[in-house]
Ligand binder design. Structure first.
Ligand code: S3P
Length: 430
């Protein structure tokens, strides 16, 4: 059990671990590139380590050289050797991104791959990926949930629209389509994060975004160029200290070198709509826009968040609900039923956590209704095996009048192992 202290004020400059979404992709895509990739700033979180572990099990070699990970890519069929021998065990841990993207990556490889994960991941829906990949000829053994066996097979192109706006589903389809015969067209109901497209285009892959919501992919397994990449910091990790700085009067905090990809900073746009004083400074682009975000103590008011706002802020909605509970006036968050399929049922776990701190919050089928103006009381809460619930609880506890406690604080290591240390440091600066 971890003690969560109240906080007066945050100040200082900080950096966060490499972006989790970009790190997964950098490891996977460099694994099948032709030649040596050099990656800096890859997340050390447990989820990204799961991706590395699976790729290693499938025969890929990664070398740590100081700050860099060096990857000796041998093309798409660099993944075939291990599969030739036997069933390859692929332990995806807690990581939905690992499991779902790997399904697309492995679907056309030679071999049998058994994907499995922890209790949380084993409850999450996989048909959304396997169902669509099957239309390309991919073969899976199992049901909607892990464990599942991917039996590599020859794939053909598809033209399809996905039912959910999910970068994991889209990315799995793109990875399979690159290895299929013919040209595929993938459309989503709303534009999800585009890290896969940006990185693959930088690697010379024959794909094109033909609109905000559609991507066209040439099959044929063309060789990918190796990567020389600095992974920007993760805006989803930075969001906790930034939000807390907005909530604590007199705070001034800057996070440097984070991804400013528009598909990833929806939370910050919503925070601004609530009255937060935020400044963004662009510092470069390679292939992701990167820069710093500064936050000042602000007076926040409630907000109505609709479906159109949800995709770009999906991972930060437990935190947004926490901020809304503290802000003046009511808030609603709608169109977010996807939260029920994350590491925990985040509608239920966020509401339970915030109620323990004294908030008045109702669960809706697809979101929350939050009264606002909460006087936070100390609480003993559980992370429910969910890193983002653990970090949101630390923010709620910081607003309480006395110390709180958290069971399962270690789950922060999924995405942000140094979270509690960074928060401590920002709280103790003059
Ligand atoms: C991710 C996509 C999102 C997000 C997850 C990471 C990715 O999931 O919630 O944390 O890296 O592609 P969905 O694709 O299920 O929306």
């Amino acid at each position: 059990m971890r003690k969560l202290p109240p906080r007066q004020r945050l100040s200082g400059t900080f950096r966060v671990p490499g972006d989790k979404s970009i790190s997964h992709r950098a490891l996977m895509f460099s694994a099948v590139a032709q030649g040596q990739s050099r990656l800096r700033g890859v997340s050390q979180g447990a989820d990204v380590r799961s991706t590395r572990r699976v790729l290693e099990a499938a025969g890929i070699l990664f070398r740590d050289e100081g700050e860099e990970i060096v990857v000796d890519g041998r093309g798409w069929n660099g993944l075939d050797q291990a599969g030739d021998q036997a069933l390859v065990e692929c332990d995806c841990g807690n990581s939905g991104t690992s499991a779902r993207l790997l399904m697309g990556l492995l679907a056309a490889r030679r071999g049998r791959f058994r994907l499995h994960g922890d209790a949380s991941l084993s409850r999450r829906p996989m048909k959304r990926v396997t169902g669509l990949l099957s239309q390309m000829g991919a073969r899976f053994e199992g049901g909607d949930c892990l464990p599942l066996i991917v039996q590599g097979s020859a794939l053909s192109s598809v033209t399809l629209s996905t039912a959910v706006a999910s970068a994991q589903v889209k990315s799995a389809l793109i990875l399979a389509a690159l290895q299929a015969t013919g040209t595929s067209e993938i459309e989503e109901p709303a534009a999800s994060r585009d890290h896969t497209e940006r990185m693959l285009v930088a690697m010379g892959a024959p794909l094109q975004s033909t609109g905000l919501r559609t991507v066209r992919v040439e099959g044929g397994g063309a060789a990918l160029l190796p990567l020389d990449l600095d992974v920007p910091g993760d805006p989803s990790s930075a969001a906790f200290a930034i939000a807390l700085a907005c909530l604590l009067p007199g705070s001034h905090v800057t996070v440097e070198d984070v991804s400013l990809n528009p598909r990833r900073i929806g939370f910050y746009r919503l925070l601004s709509r609530m009255g937060a004083r935020l400044e963004f400074e662009r510092a470069g682009q390679s292939p992701e826009p990167i820069g710093s975000i500064t936050a000042h103590g602000s007076l926040l008011h409630g907000i109505d968040v609709a479906a159109a706002d949800v995709v770009d802020a999906i991972d930060e909605l437990p935190l947004l609900a926490t901020v809304a509970a503290a802000a003046s006036g009511p808030s609603t968050i709608r169109g977010a039923s996807e939260l029920r399929h994350k590491e925990s049922d985040r509608i239920a776990t966020t509401a339970a956590m915030l109620r323990a701190f004294g908030a008045s919050i109702d669960e809706l089928p697809d979101g929350f209704a939050i009264a606002g103006g909460t006087r936070f009381v100390p609480a003993a809460v559980d992370a429910h095996g969910d890193h983002r619930i653990a970090m949101s609880a630390a923010v709620a506890a910081a607003l309480a009048r006395g110390p709180s406690s958290l069971t399962g604080g270690e789950w922060v290591s999924i995405s942000y192992p140094g979270f509690f240390d960074d928060l401590e440091r920002l709280s103790s600066q003059p």
